[in-house]
Design a protein around this ligand. Sequence first.
Ligand code: NZQ
Ligand code: ZN
Length: 385
Amino acid sequence: MKNFKFYNPTKIIFGEGTIKEIAGEIPREARVLLTYGGGSIKRNGVFDAVQSALSGRTVDEFGGIEPNPTYETLMRAVEMIRRGGHDYLLAVGGGSVIDGVKFIAAAVPYEGDPWEIVQSYGAKIKKSLPFGTVLTLPASGSEMNNGAVITNRALNAKLPLAHPSLFPRFSVLDPKVTYSLPPVQIANGVVDAFVHVMEQYMTYPVGAKLQDRFAEGLLLTLVEEGPRALTEPENYDVRANLMWCATLALNGLISAGVPQDWATHMIGHEMTTLCGLDHARTLAIVLPALWEIRSAEKKEKLLQYAERVWEITAGDEQARIDAAIARTREFFKSLQVGTRLCDYNLTEAIIPTIVERLKAHNMTKLGEKRDVTPELAEAILRQCL
Ligand code: NZQ
Ligand code: ZN
């Protein structure tokens, strides 16, 4: 097991009807900016619950944070805050809204060009405004981590950033607010959480037995509950399990002391920006293909995954690995998520541009051993056809 520091200050408030508890988390005298996306919260009752919890407070609204939040949109919120003097942000939505608020929180006090915050992957952040979240889509884990992914439309760039000041002060997780999610987004959330676990698990053994079993527990729960969320959309326990899985999949717990990959995500981000595919769907395409290309380097963990998640123990090593990869593709397809470029009417024509953009964004030494080069990324993308 590698040395590690585990720090996570985010307070989680979990369960049905907990939105009202934000009143006790936000200072009474705060000038609050309530931020949200395209308006789903105004249709599913979440906005009303937030407003009644904060009645009598100073609360303004900023809506329109798009999926894959853009620098251009977020800077409008930064200007609004600099004019309005808001000192507490509330993100109400999914990963895009929460990521957007993380950038806004860091950009408002930033004295230089705010894009430097993203270009430096968060390193140039000095301080951030305090913020809390009300999560409406279990997927990204952003509600309990200090990372964000921001798109610059003008530059065709979708880049990750992280900073210790970007942990939410609190996050409210009410499984019932996810009932209004369309099936596509339910499936996206399960797949994104599943691949987050894999980015921190499917590498090479370092004797981290507990982290492995935590990760395998998350995978088993996602496999068991994911399809049920589509067939039993108002089963509270199913939604509660999925919501908590998505949060724990990317809050630092299972990454402590182990190597991390993230090549699938970096390649997926370029695919989202170029082709407009949902984040999770790019991952469903790239992950199995990456395993096929890297099965030798990942052999031990692929075999452990095959046995502990899919109970595959018969056959030689390659047969067991192939069977585990096949079961993974089948799992994604059981959620109506395609796992090949052709499932989205995409062809090899996109590959050169994705490879060029990986180079342009310094994504040239990816993976747990920093050996996924642009050439290897190209081979992985060809395996996605
Ligand atoms: O725009 P609104 O009205 O919020 O509607 C959203 C959006 O259209 C809708 N939605 C959300 N909650 C809903 C709902 N519709 C009905 N009922 C509800 N309860 O769903 C759509 C997608 O929302 P979005 O926030 O974009 O989805 P998700 O939560 O999957 O977030 C995706 C973003 O997270 C980033 C991705 O890059 C992407 O930009 N990620 C963030 C990470 C992090 N911070 O650690 C890591 C992840 O790997 C990921 O990269
Ligand atoms: Zn993700």
